[in-house]
Design a protein around this ligand. Structure first.
Ligand code: PBG
Length: 358
């Protein structure tokens, strides 16, 4: 049986969309351009239209408010390089947490100012069950139970050397430090922390903390991993706030090289394999590409830390009258969200909540 050749059905001529319609071409004689077919400005005409087609919306739900706590009563001290940010004694910290809650902020991250005589090379105070952070967590959980409390896991505020790990012969010991971080995380979980946030950049710490939490029954305490934390000059004002600058050298043997982005993906893969629930890029503004790449690399929520130096730059320029603080703040934080951040830690949290309310 011979088959007749199958003829293809008649086809409608396909319109050539690559060329503009004749009436839209440049006038052949005069060379003046005719009306464009696409006018992107049509979608920018009114506020309602702009809102309708807006791709990225910053909300108060995205924010984590970092707070500094210190010993004492009835005290608050402004951090000189961070205007508008204070170290609070525990009683006043509670007022600040309530104020944050009243503005709709759902999460805070706590950082302690530790007194000099309580600092040592091994960061012993970091796992004191009656230390400043465990007391702060308990007090907050009692006063504002719905507030999500995140505690930082690292030795630097507790270290006489100002490093995130135990120092021996000028080196930062990894595994010995991880053992201390595990104790610190357990004390924080015991106090009621919802999330622990290792910010130390020791290898293997996320896995060690996850195993220890699970082993002690804290299966619902999450890990917000500072996965790609860079050795950055943007942390200066934070170190002023906590008096935690390194006493020698820098943090380049554990924090990442600012030039590396693929290495951030390696770090994030390790942290996910080790049990991280949320992964973070820090700083944020100079690392928007890293946030973007991380977002494409994982289905976990991605956090960005709008760090102290980023805050200080905006504040300083605004104080000079050189920029509009609120507009630059919102534009900057929106850029982080647009890059892929689901969650943003920012000292501007209250200001953002107020601005978005208006
Ligand atoms: C400490 C830690 C730092 C920050 C958060 N956790 C400083 C550092 O690594 O030296 C910086 C935050 C900021 O600059 O706002 N592990």
């Amino acid at each position: 049986m011979s088959s007749s050749p199958i003829s293809s059905p008649p086809q409608r001529p396909v319109a050539d969309t690559t060329e503009a319609a004749p009436e839209n071409r440049t006038d052949a004689v005069s060379g003046t351009p005719r009306t464009p077919v696409q006018r992107p400005r049509r979608l920018r005409r009114t506020d309602a239209l702009r809102r309708m087609v807006r791709e990225t919306v910053l909300t108060v739900d995205d924010l984590i408010y970092p707070l500094f706590v210190m010993e004492g009563e009835g005290q608050q001290e402004e951090v000189p390089s961070m205007p508008g940010c204070f170290r609070y004694s525990l009683d006043l910290l509670l007022d600040e947490v309530k104020a944050a809650r009243d503005l709709g902020i759902g999460a805070i991250a706590l950082f302690p100012l530790i007194r000099h005589h309580q600092k040592d090379n091994a960061g012993t105070e970091s796992y004191n069950p009656d230390g400043l952070i465990p007391r702060a967590v308990r007090a907050i959980k009692q006063a504002v139970p719905q507030m999500l409390v995140i505690t930082d896991v690292a030795l630097d505020p507790y270290s006489s050397e100002g490093h995130d790990g135990i120092v021996k012969d000028g080196q930062i010991l990894n595994d010995e430090t991880v053992a201390v971080l595990v104790k610190q995380a357990l004390v924080q979980a015991e106090a009621g922390a919802d999330f622990v946030a290792p910010s130390d950049m020791m290898d293997g710490r996320v896995g060690a903390i996850r195993r220890a939490l699970d082993g002690s029954g804290w299966i619902n305490v999450g890990i917000l991993a500072y996965s790609a934390k860079y050795a950055s000059a943007y942390y200066g004002p934070f170190r002023d706030a906590l008096d935690s600058a390194p006493k020698f050298g820098d943090k380049k043997t554990y924090q990442m090289d600012a030039a590396n982005a693929r290495e951030a993906l390696k770090e994030v893969e390790l942290d996910i394999a080790e049990g991280a629930d949320i992964v973070m890029v820090k700083p944020a503004l100079a690392y928007l590409d890293v946030i973007c790449r991380m977002k494409h690399h994982t289905n976990l929520p991605v956090a960005a830390y709008n760090v102290s130096g980023e805050y200080a730059m905006i504040k300083a320029a605004a104080q000079q009258g050189w920029i509009d603080e609120q507009k630059v703040m919102l534009e900057t934080l929106t850029s982080m969200k647009r890059a892929g951040a689901d969650v943003i830690l920012t000292y501007f949290a209250k200001a953002v909540a107020l601005a978005l309310r208006a």
